[in-house]
Design a protein around this ligand. Sequence first.
Ligand SMILES: C[S@@+](CC[C@H](N)C(=O)[O-])C[C@H]1O[C@@H](n2cnc3c(N)ncnc32)[C@H](O)[C@@H]1O
Length: 360
Amino acid sequence: MDSFLPYITGDGSVGLYSEEFNDIYHSGYGALTEAYEKFVNPNLVLKDDIKVLDICYGLGYNSKAFLNFNKDINKITFDCLDIDKNLILLSPFIKTNHTLKDYLIKPKNKHARVGKYKKYKIDSWVNEILIKNLFEEFKQDFYLKSILDNQKFAPYLDAKMIKIGKFYQKFRINTINEPQNSLNLHNIYYRYLSKRYNCNFKKDIKFNFYVDDARKSIKKLTEPYDVIFLDAFTTDKCPQLWSIDFINELYRLSNDDCVLLTYSNSVLVRNTLIETGYFVGKILNEDNKSIGTIASKNKSKIKNPLSDYELGLLKTRAGIPYRDKNLSSTADEIINSRKTEVETSNLISSSKYIKDRGKK
Ligand SMILES: C[S@@+](CC[C@H](N)C(=O)[O-])C[C@H]1O[C@@H](n2cnc3c(N)ncnc32)[C@H](O)[C@@H]1O
């Protein structure tokens, strides 16, 4: 927990930097903006009962942005996978919408960029639903105090959500025993909380959390999904979650119209998705620049397919996938075995491919 360094990102939402991994969890230009631009696909036609698989849930920006954007869907279930429970518990309490005061907090590391105009937001009801779900799932284990009283995080926490969290803690843990507990809490919730926000709480919104290595959690899942987010650290930092064997598991869990969304543009990732059997395309921003990848079993879900040049590039050595047959190898083992495969491969290198054809 103490190895995180929080900072305000360019759109006013909070990002984290991990001293342990020497990597950022969120983009400096805007943690929330990134979630909306890469993981909320406005072109998707969604039905009224949606199942979402959020791999590397972290602070939950992707699921929260998705829920906020699709507020008219009546039934949504999020299955959220992360190895770190502290982040999950922290997720509803972290500020997502900036105030002027937030900008006065000096950025603490080189990743922070301050002052971008903020276009996206998360309504309070999304975090409230999350708090309710977390208390239901983790019960006594919800050690709110140690998280919310941590001075290091104080400037980055949402005061209103802390109040609501403490309210839950009081009623849930101290006063009432199961099964009366659920009924009372339910009544309190509807009477006091649901009235305050313009949201239909009759909706069926459920978050399930799997706290473990995603390679173990994924084996427990059987139901097909409509949407999958893959937001792991980069391929060289976390090869475990980009291997063809892990992506095969995602293919198994994708229904026929499922879309898998990731921020990665990497040749390795795109080729791995294709070799698994997905159709693959680009996620484009407003300037038509590729900012991520979309994959689906259904070709018609791919609005921006890869060009012939880009497809050719995938079939160079750079596209050779990571392998992790039993989903249990270490990062070093996975990286080293790919290195050997690349060195002995007959495929041309990506640099030769680019040199021969010119960079496009
Ligand atoms: C780039 S961050 C994801 C940010 C997140 N989507 C959010 O909205 O805050 C990567 C996440 O991967 C998690 N992680 C790293 N290795 C993992 C593993 N083997 N299984 C599951 N989660 C893992 C980290 O705890 C971290 O939260």
